[in-house]
Ligand binder design. Sequence first.
Ligand SMILES: Nc1ncnc2c1ncn2[C@@H]1O[C@H](COP(=O)(O)OP(=O)(O)OP(=O)(O)O)[C@@H](O)[C@H]1O
Ligand SMILES: [Mg+2]
Length: 455
Amino acid sequence: MSESAEPGAAGVRTSLRGVAAALALAWSTGWYLPVAFALLTLIQAVSPVVAAWLTKSVLDAITGEPAAGYVLGLGLGLAATGLVATVAPFASRYIVDEMSRRVGLLSQDRLFSAVERFTGLARFEDPAFLDRIRLAHQSGGETPTSVTSSVFSVIGALVTIGGFLVSLLVISPVMALVVLIAALPALFVELRLSRARAGMAWNLGPVERREFFFRDLLSNVQAAKEVRLFGAGPYLRGRMADDRRESNAQNRRMDQRGLSAQTLLGVLSAVVAGGGLVWAVLAAVEGRLTVGDLTLFVAAVGGVQGALTQLVQDITFAHNQLLMFDHYLKVVGTGPDLPVPARPRPVPALRKGIEFRGVWFRYSPEHPWVLRDVDLVIPHGESLGLVGRNGAGKSTFVKLLCRMYDPDRGAVLWDGVDLRDMDPAELRRRIGAVFQDYMEYDLTAAENIGLHRAR
Ligand SMILES: Nc1ncnc2c1ncn2[C@@H]1O[C@H](COP(=O)(O)OP(=O)(O)OP(=O)(O)O)[C@@H](O)[C@H]1O
Ligand SMILES: [Mg+2]
């Protein structure tokens, strides 16, 4: 399979498709949750702007000739805004968590129904595809909710920024422009960092898979006998630690890149805010700004910068999540591995027999041929023993009979009908097999016995 391309190459269109898919998943858990969340986000976005204007009006009123009722009204308004700003985040958190629980259940179910549609084995033997399933499972549960909340949060941040920018425009259009431009490098840098992070997560896939393998060996009852007998514990533990060190090193390098970029950006925004503050104080001393203007200005600079930081964080977080969510969309959108005809032939009980006709098979073009031009008829009602050296292809033969793979050339016939013309699920209702590498299910005895009838 050519599934090894890293996801950093995902473009804007992929991201937009991801946003649409994530929103659709979140929406399908009940429209009222996203709607309530949107309202709460809007309230939170507007409240700092309202609070800043109320504060300015209070200060201007008390430095002028205050009417007691008017000032009291403003004070009550401020208190109410504060109350809303305190309570709204908790309510939002609850809604996000509930959405996330529902989306997690739904997306997990969709993912594994897609995985079940892979009726053959080849995809489960492809490490790149296994990595994709693991990442898909991780991101399928998280992304729809986090992207939904990021989208709303971006809208909220834009509302806050818009409100404060209008306030800044009233006082100084130049300052409004400077504050806005100062945020652009942050947006650019954070997006680049986010792409690099997604690429790293993909590259670390094999390392994490290996670490998991060693962890499993060290806690697996089947391995425990031999690991103890051979004293292999310290060796396996060392290999596990090596893998963890490698992923730690890559994560550390990425964090250091992020830290230096963010420090530089932090200094830039502090300089802009500090410069603006000096200008505003001087203007207030000269009487060009009122005390209320000054406080509004300070709140606006802080508010715009805070909201822009939030905006950049939301966009980069969503971008990062979407790059991962692409794995989910790819797995869910991948078609069946073994083609099933639109109108499959029925699979009646066997009457005449099974025939291998000119069957050639290898596990992939890179592997050697396992079966070469095999012709064999197994008549109905007969018992057959296949004898051969290790690796001769006996198990492969049986797996082809169960249609776990399709032959590269030739055909396997069931009463003269090619297995490729049948639905694999129907075929398997007619077949029983115990493989040498059989599975032990950690379930009750009754469940183990009943499992083959579970469908
Ligand atoms: N999933 C796989 N991917 C690649 N090669 C495989 C895979 N499974 C088996 N092979 C290779 O195909 C060949 C045939 O394997 P198969 O398991 O069919 O042999 P077998 O006759 O059942 O052997 P044994 O007697 O050990 O059970 C071997 O060379 C084996 O290494
Ligand atoms: Mg075998």
